[in-house]
Design a protein around this ligand. Structure first.
Ligand SMILES: [Zn+2]
Ligand SMILES: [Zn+2]
Length: 345
């Protein structure tokens, strides 16, 4: 089968690999229909993710058809259409029993990281019963690819951790796919204002279409002042960090209102200064989280009932044998306008 393989920092290739088989009784193999590329995959290709070693097939998102199940799999059968979660969960360990699937002792984020992933014609899914979701008949499978990772990530790490409330002011720093997923799902709670902040005017325009009430271009370094001006000097009740850089986290520290929450979503590679000398008396909270995907079934229902349309995030489509082109397009989002690219296997 064809598979996209990480070959070490700065190196990648489309290779021929053997079709994976079930190893453990709880495994299933899935024939991929559609997958996508995540910002995290770009981090891996740069060499930022040491747990992912050269030779690994990347990808932790996708939809497919169950090809084969181990004898311990009871919830899925050959031919079932399934949504693959980016997080594998045994459902039994201490963390899984607490709903913290991201820290499952034999799972978590392993797909396309410590085991081969979804950017291939087939993938082996461990703990299949508790890591796959059935796709309802008639569902738009392309839209559901957005539910493998980015929608639960934006929702759980940004909106839920940020405790978005009716009438609240939300600022989202970063209008990439994750920030836009937070923007879409924040609207479940009817905040009064959602202020989107980014360097790219095109992405801010997209954010307007997705429901942002205000947009701020942070190019001039005055985003915090602008947010204060838009909120009668208060700042934002929820500041969602969806970039993962020191500057963008500092911006959240600067624009959070007294009593507010900074909900970090971004993947940080370096340390960030925490200005406690200013924030100690402001009654703020800071949250961090790796997505648990506990909300995936709920999000699936909201997509089915058209409360949200994650298909809006899809800007480009490629066949699997053109995945190197897909990486080029996704990796140069500022010039290509790419948000999420669909790869058809
Ligand atoms: Zn991802
Ligand atoms: Zn577990």
């Amino acid at each position: 089968m064809k598979a996209f393989v990480y070959k070490g920092p700065g190196k990648k290739a489309l290779e021929d690999r053997p079709v994976p088989d079930v190893k453990a009784p709880t495994d299933a193999t899935v024939k991929i229909i559609k997958t996508t590329i995540c910002g995290t995959d770009l981090h891996i290709l740069k060499g930022d993710v040491p747990t992912c070693t050269p030779g690994r097939i990347l990808g932790h998102e996708g939809v497919g058809i169950v090809e084969k199940t181990g004898p311990g799999v009871t919830a899925f059968h050959q031919g079932d259409h399934v949504l693959i979660s980016c997080i594998s969960a045994c459902g039994k360990c201490e963390y899984c029993r607490r709903g913290m699937y991201s820290h499952c002792t034999t799972g978590g984020w392993i797909l396309g990281n410590t085991i081969d992933g979804t950017q291939a014609e087939y993938v082996r899914i461990p703990h299949a019963d508790t890591s796959l979701y059935p796709i309802p008949p008639g569902a738009d499978e392309e839209a559901l690819v957005m539910l493998s990772d980015i929608l639960p990530t934006g929702f759980e790490c940004g909106v839920l951790n940020g405790r978005v409330e009716p009438g609240a002011t939300v600022a989202i720093v970063g209008a990439g796919p994750i920030g836009l997923a937070a923007l879409l799902t924040a609207q479940f709670y009817s905040p009064a204002e959602i202020i989107m902040i980014d360097l790219d005017d095109n992405r801010l325009e997209v954010a307007r279409r997705f429901g942002a009430t205000q947009t701020v271009n942070s190019k001039d370094g005055k985003a915090a002042e602008k947010v204060k001006a838009l909120t009668a000097g208060r700042g934002a009740d929820t500041a969602i960090e969806a970039v993962g850089l020191p500057a963008t986290f500092l911006l959240c520290e600067d624009l959070v209102a007294p009593g507010g929450i900074i909900a970090n979503v971004g993947v940080h590679g370096t340390k960030v200064d925490l200005h406690l000398e200013r924030l100690w008396s402001e009654n703020i909270a800071i949250t961090t989280r790796l997505v648990d995907t506990v909300t995936t079934p709920m999000l699936l229902k909201t997509v089915q009932s058209k409360k949200i349309d994650p298909k809006l995030l899809i800007t480009h489509r490629f066949k699997l044998d053109k995945i190197l082109d897909a990486y080029e397009t996704f990796g140069h989002a500022a010039s290509t306008g790419a948000l999420k690219v669909i790869i058809e296997a």
